[in-house]
Design a protein around this ligand. Structure first.
Ligand SMILES: C[S@@+](CC[C@H](N)C(=O)[O-])C[C@H]1O[C@@H](n2cnc3c(N)ncnc32)[C@H](O)[C@@H]1O
Length: 440
């Protein structure tokens, strides 16, 4: 259904008398490919983010399954696509994510600020940054004090001295701005010129697609020029957001959602894939400039779903099909099988929380792809659907969608060189539709 027909349906009372199961079934039977659809409207384009879903995907389910004012949750919100769509459709959006940069991105995307104030702040920041650069001594002193040894080594490895000075001048100037929301918007604009597919103003190449590698022949462009260009683009994006912010972004864990039982009208989410997406690998390039230490970021990274650090983890038993997949993998690689088992345990925690916070009779929509581990094709969607039914959900349908290869930026993986494998297999992904049972 296109947006117009969905909007028309939204107005039809008869549609809302259909049971949620029927509406969910119909939405899942519809095409979910959205090939060629415009994805960069409103604040969606503010910052790049690996494996974000097209806005039309959450939009379709929000329009077809909720009414204005109702609560839409994405417990692994990433760059906040579902939350932004919820606000644009006058629903209440809640997003949770563990990644500090993801939280910043979502927060900025949902905060409408006065364009006049932002433009003035941008000009002030550029003037101050140019002044700081002209007076080199202040910056040299700041560069000395700004980082601990490990973070300093990281920064020296990945950023040319001239780029470091320009970035620090900008960050110092932004820190002088009195309004916290304005500062956050401007920081994110800086971040958006660092975390790009090609590594932006750093020396990295392939920052989003694979393990980044340093290219000493790369001549990164001027930070201040890039910032200025990006600022105008980001200002246009934020201006088109509605004025009332009916949304909440939380830096937290999807396995411990800060929400009461039976409160959410719809969940739309896309969890990490089974052999993990290393968000921190790219995000630390900009987080170090926001005051984070490399040591702390590495600690965070181990807590993400799909991270390979196993600690004392010993696998429990799973429902039959999932168990079979883990056993098949364990014949090829024992450690990888434990990583996969840990992923399923963690996802079971997320699914239980999703079940707890959903209202009886409400739907959860999970978008996930398959993974190849040691040559074994892991059908993550089938395993997650099986685990979800153990948690209490009814499985309504699993739909398949084709990926727009040119659009969906596919990220690096933990512990693997190159992204060729993930690139090859990610031509489609699955949309799992679940229902929480009505109260008897
Ligand atoms: C595929 S991305 C979501 C992309 C999102 N749909 C979008 O459009 O931007 C998965 C997200 O799960 C987050 N994540 C991983 N482990 C998490 C956890 N334990 N709790 C909350 N979020 C987590 C990652 O930080 C990442 O942002």
């Amino acid at each position: 259904m296109d947006d117009h027909s969905l909007r028309a349906v939204e107005r039809e009372e008869a549609y809302w008398h259909l049971p949620t199961r029927e509406r969910l079934q119909a939405l899942l039977e519809d095409s979910l490919d959205f090939q060629g659809a415009k994805t960069g409207y409103a604040s969606h384009h503010l910052h790049s983010f690996a494996a974000k879903f097209p806005p039309q995907l959450p939009r379709q389910f929000i329009l077809g399954l909720t009414r204005p004012g109702e609560i839409v949750l994405d417990p692994m919100a990433g760059s906040g696509t579902a939350v932004v769509e919820a606000i644009l459709l006058q629903r209440q959006g809640i997003g949770v994510d563990m990644d500090p940069l993801a939280v910043q991105i979502s927060q900025v995307k949902i905060t409408r600020l006065s364009p006049g104030n932002l433009a003035d702040a941008g000009k002030r920041v550029l003037t101050t940054a140019h002044r700081l650069l002209a007076d080199g001594r202040t910056l040299d002193g700041l560069l000395e004090r700004n980082f601990d040894d490990r973070t300093r080594d990281f920064v020296d490895y990945w950023f040319l001295p001239i780029t470091q000075r320009e970035l620090l001048a900008l960050i110092t100037a932004i820190n002088k701005e009195p309004d916290a929301d304005v500062r956050r918007f401007l920081f994110l604009t800086v971040s958006s010129i660092i975390v790009t597919k090609s590594g932006g103003v750093s020396l990295a190449r392939d920052l989003a697609h694979s393990r980044p590698h340093r290219d000493l022949t790369k001549r990164p462009r001027s930070v201040l020029e890039q910032f200025q260009t990006r600022l105008s683009k980001n200002l246009r994006g934020i201006m088109s957001m509605p004025d009332d912010r009916n949304a909440l972004i939380v830096h937290g864990n999807a396995r411990r959602l800060p929400l009461a039982n039976d409160t959410v009208h719809l969940i739309v989410t896309s969890p990490p894939y089974a052999n993990a997406i290393d968000y921190m690998r790219a995000h630390k390039f900009s987080l170090v400039w926001m005051g984070h230490r490399i040591a702390d970021l590495s600690e965070w990274r181990a807590r993400y779903i799909g991270a390979e650090r196993l600690g004392k983890f010993s696998p429990p038993s799973f429902p039959p099909e999932t168990q079979q997949v883990i056993e098949a993998l364990s014949q090829r690689d024992e450690k990888k099988a434990r990583v996969l088992a840990k992923y399923f345990v963690e996802m079971r925690g997320v699914l239980s929380e999703m079940y707890r916070v959903l209202r009886p009779g409400a739907a959860a929509v999970i978008v996930v792809g398959t993974s190849t581990m040691r040559g074994l094709n892991v059908q993550t969607h089938l395993c997650l659907a099986e685990i979800a039914t153990k948690v209490g959900f009814d499985l309504v349908r699993i739909a398949e969608r084709r990926l727009d290869r040119d659009r969906r930026m596919m990220p690096a993986r933990f512990g693997q060189k190159g992204a060729s494998q993930i690139e090859e297999r990610m031509h489609h992904e699955y949309v799992v539709g679940l229902l929480k049972a009505e109260e008897k």
